[in-house]
Design a protein around this ligand. Structure first.
Ligand code: ATP
Length: 215
């Protein structure tokens, strides 16, 4: 297996890049999706949350009432920690399981793990990537896309960017940077070129991607 960590700030274009890599044949694993799975109805995660925070964090259909839980943990760092103590180990375990399953079903798979908090995953020893790809778009472009495509106000979009790691922190992790400030076509061309090199690197045919270390 060849494991790519894909990250970028909010609305940088991670999903766009992950989808294109998937069209080329990469197996996608999405950290946000795994975080939702561990609190689905019927999971031990949701049972633990309801035991900890009370049934008022559940909707009538038994699913998680995210705004209600959000209001509790936003106001109280200690309770936020208790939530993290429930969800984080479950997400970590599911991540390991999914990566192991991808490897077991095809040892030659190229796996793309789309993870907004990539630095945490690395620092926590959760995964070791063969290649880290950072999708980059400048803040002005990302704010405009959040306003145009997601209906946020400028203030909301700016606040979301401010709550995340900085561009410099993310770029410091990158083996390869995809510049998604321009047109979609320009970005997809970069992804297509990257895919060809990744296939060659995964096959052991080349040792270097973009002049930067690769496995
Ligand atoms: P999030 O951090 O919220 O998960 P993301 O990093 O996965 O977002 P995308 O969803 O891929 O980002 O892109 C954000 C929005 O911008 C989407 O609506 C997408 O269609 C659009 N978009 C992405 N790249 C471009 C581009 N080059 N030109 C115009 N729009 C784009």
């Amino acid at each position: 297996m060849y494991l790519i960590g894909l990250t970028g700030g909010i609305a940088s274009g991670k999903s766009t890049v992950a989808t294109r890599l998937g069209e080329h044949g990469a197996v996608g694993i999405d950290a946000d999706q795994l975080a939702r799975e561990v609190v689905e109805p019927g999971t031990p995660g949701l049972a633990a949350i309801s035991a900890e925070f009370g049934s008022n964090v559940l909707l009538p259909d038994g699913s998680l009432n995210r705004p209600a839980l959000g209001a509790i943990i936003f106001a109280d760092p200690e309770r936020r920690e208790r939530l993290n103590a429930i969800t984080h180990p479950a997400v970590r375990q599911l991540t390991r399981d999914r990566i192991a399953a991808a490897d077991a079903s095809d040892p030659h798979a190229i796996v793309v793990y789309d993870v907004p908090l990539l630095a945490d995953a690395v620092a926590g020893g959760l995964v070791t990537f063969d290649l880290v790809v950072v999708v980059h778009a400048d803040a002005t472009t990302r704010i405009q896309r959040m306003i145009d495509l997601r209906g946020l106000t400028e203030a909301e979009a700016t606040q979301r960017i401010g709550a995340q790691a900085t561009d410099a922190e993310r770029l410091a992790l990158a083996d390869v940077v995809i510049d998604n400030t321009g047109t979609l076509d320009a970005t997809l061309a970069q992804v297509d070129a990257l895919w060809e090199r990744v296939v060659a690197a995964a096959a052991g045919e080349i040792a270097v991607i973009d002049g930067i270390r690769s496995p």
